[in-house]
Design a protein around this ligand. Structure first.
Ligand code: HEC
Ligand code: HEC
Ligand code: HEC
Ligand code: HEC
Ligand code: HEC
Length: 242
């Protein structure tokens, strides 16, 4: 099935790869750390012939996540601090320390919908599953870390999770309710601003910055005030991280 990638896309990949292979000795065509620093070139991630699937990637099952995890896991191709594995995928209340991948984009239990932004839609799998490359652009680190959208105001989170934006949260219509986001945290006796940390002092005084509530530029509460995306063990007394 060639739902997401037509022949033009494949031709585009082939042309770009052959052009870049010729230039590979002089040019690094991707952003670091997926570039010269770690000697990563097109051909690590792409194969031009006999590849499985239609996105010409170097993965035994043609899944983007398999490609990503072939480096981003213990004993992978390249020395790595930022390891992940399938066991890390979250199933809330049950297991996991990382946002899920290779799961259907539409999930009624979690109130998720197909994203609306074209660049996210373009990088779902042919079965409309979300994968690493739905949120990450492996070719460009202009919005670090390789993100497809600037998430400083939750644009990425709220695309698929838009039933949790303030317009649906605060009308109390009987739809699933959620904590408000985008509202500034007031500095009154009822709200600690800055918020209190797990040790009861204004953060980050316990020295563990991974349990800090991150606020937006205008002190607003964000999805990411309360949620981490990877390496998050939902235990505020421990330090998260790869
Ligand atoms: C770190 C791995 C990685 C490297 C290195 C890499 N690519 Fe890709 N590339 C991917 C993945 C994964 C996709 C498919 C993304 C998707 O659609 O889900 C892709 C897709 C593409 C596409 C389709 C258009 C798009 O953006 O979706 C082109 C063209 C392409 N790559 C060219 C290149 C060229 C040329 C190089 C070397 C300069 C390169 N890639 C290096 C991982 C990589
Ligand atoms: C060929 C090996 C390789 C592959 C394949 C690969 N990566 Fe990486 N990636 C790296 C290395 C090396 C680093 C730097 C890790 C470190 O700092 O320890 C990195 C770092 C990253 C970072 C953090 C960037 C930053 O600025 O901190 C992200 C995000 C990332 N990769 C996403 C992906 C995604 C998504 C894929 C699959 C499309 C992928 N990677 C595939 C080697 C790879
Ligand atoms: C739902 C969107 C989403 C998916 C799916 C996703 N990521 Fe991420 N990832 C993010 C966001 C957002 C960040 C930045 C988080 C932050 O800064 O705390 C991030 C950060 C990272 C980092 C850097 C972590 C660090 O601590 O420096 C790596 C590496 C990474 N992702 C790799 C992957 C790989 C590999 C996959 C697939 C196996 C994947 N991501 C799937 C959204 C996603
Ligand atoms: C491309 C769509 C997409 C984006 C972008 C996205 N999510 Fe999700 N999210 C999902 C889907 C689909 C699920 C249901 C996963 C499953 O099947 O377990 C989910 C589940 C979750 C869960 C429950 C844990 C889990 O993995 O099941 C949390 C918490 C969450 N998302 C938070 C976020 C935050 C915070 C962001 C912004 C960084 C974000 N999501 C961005 C689609 C997305
Ligand atoms: C004030 C803190 C806070 C904020 C802000 C917040 N969450 Fe949560 N979220 C939580 C907690 C705590 C849980 C676990 C609830 C439970 O165990 O039932 C949770 C659970 C979830 C779940 C999994 C359970 C479910 O209901 O599906 C998803 C998905 C999720 N949040 C997405 C988001 C998104 C997307 C945003 C931003 C629009 C967001 N959250 C903002 C604290 C927060």
């Amino acid at each position: 099935m060639m739902k997401k990638f037509g022949n033009t896309k494949i031709a585009q990949i082939l042309i770009l790869i052959s052009v870049t292979l010729t230039l590979a000795t002089v040019t690094v065509a991707q952003d670091d750390p997926h570039g010269g620093t770690n000697s990563i070139y097109c051909e690590q991630c792409h194969i031009t012939h006999n590849s499985l699937g239609d996105i010409l990637i170097n993965a035994s099952d043609s899944l983007v996540s398999t490609l990503c995890l072939s480096c981003h896991s213990p004993g992978g191709w390249v020395p790595m601090t930022k390891e992940l594995s399938s066991a890390d995928k979250a199933d809330p209340g049950v297991t996991g320390t990382s946002h899920a991948w290779d799961v259907a984009a539409i999930n009624t239990e979690r109130s998720t919908q197909l994203p609306q932004t074209q660049t996210l839609l373009d990088h779902l799998t042919a079965e409309n599953k979300i994968t690493c490359a739905t949120c990450h652009d492996p070719h460009a680190n202009s919005v670090s870390p390789f993100l497809r959208l600037d998430n400083s105001a939750d644009a990425l989170c709220l695309d698929c999770h838009r039933t949790r934006d303030n317009s649906s949260v605060r009308t109390y219509t009987g739809s699933e309710l959620s904590h408000p986001v985008g509202n500034a945290l007031p500095a009154t006796e009822f709200y600690h601003n800055p918020p209190l940390d797990v040790d009861g002092n204004p953060q980050p005084s316990d020295g563990n910055t991974t349990n800090d509530y991150l606020l937006g530029a205008g002190d607003e509460v964000r999805c990411t005030s309360c949620h981490g995306i990877h390496y998050t063990d939902s235990e505020s007394s421990t330090t998260d991280g790869p």
